[in-house]
Design a protein around this ligand. Structure first.
Ligand code: 2P0
Length: 329
């Protein structure tokens, strides 16, 4: 009753911001992301005769809210498998945790795949995505490979809200995301609390919801056609619209720092010169730059010259969450 899984992080081209059901983790809008090769979480789960559920992350024992969320997720798996054994869970991130990159997506996807296997369940990719979604919404997009759309779904039970592949990693191997790290440390406002506050207070939120379906259509088709300009322009605009809802939340949720803004200006200037790339930001100050493989060396060099940029990480379309043989304990 022991299994280990690896799942990659994902970065959204069309963002998820807001839930219609906080218990089932059902979104108000569909979203679309790229699974990012190399930015992964590896998790081992063993069910056995333990006194309590335990969790270590990067070798350190974890308690409190984070442990509670993992226990809640293990309870879901135990319920599905009809077992009541406690679990030992160990998890490691391949990316620096201090980099402020979201780890809940890769984390809950890896936990779901490992725990389901360790509990003796035989779930397909859709079922694993639905299970992952219950841990963290964006984790539904980290189960599959390449470009994944998290379907909003209509059903009250959420069985039609899961990550569905739009294109494989081989379909567009030249697509790249450069992550520019502009700050380290914990973010001030967690996504979960932030999105809930946005729904309650931002006058821009309805405009966001009204325009996401059209953005999704353009980016989904743009990926199929490998139309980089169409995908980049629409993704950049979609990310800015999400940030408009954040900034106009009461109290304001302003995730950007001066370096974030300097990068946005630089990318616009470089585009005017003919060096094409697009930016997006999530619930933090890091900038994710979409580009094509041929432009990575020049963009990486220029990004690293911007004062305040601490590090850049190159991501390409990644593989699906998978079971591996080497356990963490
Ligand atoms: C996204 N974010 O689409 C958006 C953009 C942050 C900004 O998905 O409450 O950690 O666990 O469902 O999945 C972050 O939200 O929130 C996120 P929960 P989650 O990538």
């Amino acid at each position: 009753m022991k299994a280990t899984a690896i799942a990659n992080a994902n970065i959204a081209l069309i963002k998820y911001w807001g839930k219609r059901d906080a218990d089932l983790m059902l979104p108000n809008n569909g979203s679309l992301s790229m699974t990012v090769d190399g930015l992964h979480t590896k998790t081992t789960v063993e069910f056995g005769d333990f006194e309590a559920d335990t969790l270590t992350m990067n070798g350190e024992s974890v308690e409190g809210k984070e442990l509670d969320q993992v226990i809640k997720h293990l309870d879901l798996v135990r319920g599905m498998a009809n077992i009541n054994k406690k679990a030992k869970v160990a998890s490691e991130n391949s990316f620096p945790t201090a980099a402020g990159l979201a780890s809940s997506a890769s984390g809950f996807a890896a936990l779901s795949v490992a725990a389901a296997k360790a509990a003796g369940l035989d779930l397909d990719e859709k079922q694993l995505s639905i299970l992952s979604r219950r841990g963290s919404g964006s984790a539904s997009r980290s189960v599959g490979a390449g470009f994944i759309e998290w379907l909003k779904g209509e059903q009250a039970d959420g069985d039609d809200s899961y990550g569905k592949q739009v294109a494989t990693p081989d379909h567009w191997p030249a697509f790249r995301m450069i992550v520019a790290i502009t700050a380290t440390g914990e973010k001030k406002i967690k996504s979960r609390a932030g999105m809930s506050q946005t729904i309650k207070t931002s006058p821009m939120y309805q405009g966001w919801l009204d325009t996401v379906p059209a953005d999704l259509d353009v980016v989904r088709q743009g990926i199929r056609d490998k139309d980089f300009t169409k995908v980049g322009e629409t993704a950049e605009r979609n990310g800015l619209k999400m940030h408009a809802t954040m900034i106009t939340t009461i109290p304001t949720i302003l995730y950007w720092n001066p370096t974030t803004i300097a990068i946005m200006h630089a990318i616009q200037d470089w585009r005017d010169e003919g060096l094409e790339s697009y930016f997006t930001m999530d619930a933090g100050p890091q900038v994710k730059v979409f580009c094509l493989e041929k432009d990575v060396p020049e963009l990486q060099k220029r990004l690293q010259e911007i004062p305040g940029v601490r590090e850049t990480i190159i991501g390409k379309p990644g593989q699906a969450a998978r079971l591996v043989e080497e356990h963490l304990f």
